[in-house]
Design a protein around this ligand. Structure first.
Ligand code: MN
Length: 238
């Protein structure tokens, strides 16, 4: 008999102009390459539906997308901020159920920002105006290539996985973690000290990164290792 693959629920991307839900293929193929079975979730904040989804899936990938609404951390939005309140509502609730059930979760880009805000932290709304730095976080394509080099902190699961102190990554974000949520810990920072990866020690596997392994997993072994560690955790009985 064939082994059952871990089912990974992916939060849907929303194209507000076209009133469409969509998915970047890299999130799915990264999970598939790592041995998982990705499914795109419906956009819903229905609590019964979300609870059933958490029971049904082995793990969750919180995808990139619009900015997290600054109202969630009690700030007025700056003019450049573009939000998707439906995703905020869904993912904030879904995260609570995921943590309660201790299912593995990987957050990417918006995913790290949503995680930090939902757990009580806040964000830089716009790095170019709020964060004076010699490091640019908005890269030119192609997006699979590294743009800046992160420092991986010792005694973190990311360091244990990659066995390296440095990690070249791509970078395509104008927001970032400002005040870290109390239950999260930093795993990697950029050369300008901006937080680029976090984890939650109380959870079985709750990691989030500010860069985009879904663009680089095919050419960058470290990105693939992150997908693999995540899917492996989803396949192990909690
Ligand atoms: Mn960056």
């Amino acid at each position: 008999m064939r082994a059952r693959k871990p089912v990974i629920g992916l939060t849907p991307l929303m194209d507000i102009e076209r009133d469409s839900l969509w998915m970047l293929p890299g999130y799915m193929s990264g999970v598939q390459q790592a041995g998982g079975l990705p499914v795109m979730l419906p956009l819903t904040d229905d609590e019964a539906a979300l609870r059933q989804i958490v029971e049904s899936c082995d793990g969750f990938l919180f995808t990139g997308g619009q900015d997290v609404s600054p109202s969630l951390y009690d700030e007025e939005p700056m003019s450049c901020v573009a939000v998707c309140p439906e995703r905020d509502r869904m993912e904030t609730k879904l995260l609570q159920y995921v943590i309660a059930a201790d299912k593995p979760l990987l957050g990417i880009c918006r995913g790290i920002q949503l995680l930090n805000v939902a757990l009580g932290g806040d964000l830089y709304q716009d790095l170019p105006t709020q964060w004076k730095s010699a490091t640019s976080h908005r890269m030119d394509p192609p997006y699979n290539l590294p743009w800046h080099t992160n420092q991986i902190l010792p005694d973190t699961p990311l360091h244990a996985l990659l066995r390296s102190e440095t990690l070249p990554v791509n970078s395509c974000h104008h927001q970032a973690v400002k005040t870290l949520a109390p239950s999260l810990r930093v795993m990697a920072v950029a050369a300008d000290n901006l937080i680029e990866a976090v984890w939650r020690p109380e959870s079985r596997f709750l990691w989030a990164v500010q860069w985009h392994p879904e663009f680089s997993y095919a050419t960058d072994p470290a990105s693939m290792e992150i997908f693999r560690a995540f899917v492996e955790s989803c396949g192990s009985s909690g």
